[in-house]
Design a protein around this ligand. Structure first.
Ligand code: DX5
Ligand code: ZN
Length: 223
């Protein structure tokens, strides 16, 4: 699981126009996007419902880019196989939703996907440490999960520096999710993060997804 440390934008299709989903996805991919973020919500773990494996499968049918499924659902163990069969390359779960975090991560790997843990703004990143050998990725939430278009919570950055080194030493990809846009992104590119989820900053009515993606990507470190 050698981690490509080149910084990337991962567009979240949560804010896409679902009547035009294929075109919206093609727009960012034609602009060079290599990873998409799929926000799955069940109305139980979070107070919002988005989509399930059928949409992952539909996206997979039009592209080979890396698909990361962020499962904001109450019982992920029941559905992980469906999401991987639908085409997810990475499955990200919230520790409090798993009966046994270690077993869930092992199962994701057994089914052929990369695995990651998601840490909410009011949770400690140290929650990941017992599973460090099983992790390909850590997703740091910079909003409370449930909705696109929320304001970035900057206090999630306070405890970062030490534990980021631990993640890096263990070849774990570090991603941040929520409230990332052209204003908040520049300060984040210096912190050693690898991947930046952007939903409403990519899929909006102001500009095309490709134009928004290209503008955000231009703010990343190129080395
Ligand atoms: C929140 C989701 C995020 C969200 C990001 O529950 O996990 O991925 O869609 O949306 P923006 O970029 O609009 O904050
Ligand atoms: Zn997400």
């Amino acid at each position: 699981m050698a981690t490509d440390r080149k910084q990337q934008i991962s567009p979240s299709i949560l804010s896409a126009d679902f009547a035009e989903l294929g075109d919206q996805v093609r727009s960012v991919i034609d602009a060079g996007c290599q990873v998409l973020h799929l926000d799955v919500m069940d109305g139980q773990y979070v107070p919002n419902i988005s989509f399930g494996p059928m949409v992952v499968k539909a996206v997979r049918s039009i592209t080979d880019v890396h698909l990361e499924s962020h499962l904001m659902i109450a019982e992920p163990d029941k559905y992980i196989e469906n999401f991987i069969r639908a085409g997810s390359d990475t499955v990200l779960v919230h520790p409090s939703t798993c009966r046994s975090v270690g077993d869930t991560l092992a199962r994701i790997h057994d089914l052929g996907s990369l695995a990651g843990l998601v840490i909410n703004p009011d949770e400690a990143l140290e929650l990941t440490l017992p599973y460090i050998d099983q992790l390909d990725q850590v997703l740091i939430m910079s909003v409370f999960p449930g909705f696109g278009g929320q304001t970035f919570i900057s206090s999630v950055l306070d405890p970062l520096s030490e534990i980021l080194d631990t993640f890096k030493k263990n070849d774990i990809l570090i991603e941040i999710d929520g409230g990332i846009n052209r204003k908040t992104l520049p300060a984040l590119t210096e912190l050693g993060l690898d991947r930046f989820v952007a939903g409403s900053a990519v899929f909006n009515k102001q500009s095309s997804p490709a134009e928004n993606y290209t503008e955000l990507t231009s703010l990343l470190h190129s080395d």
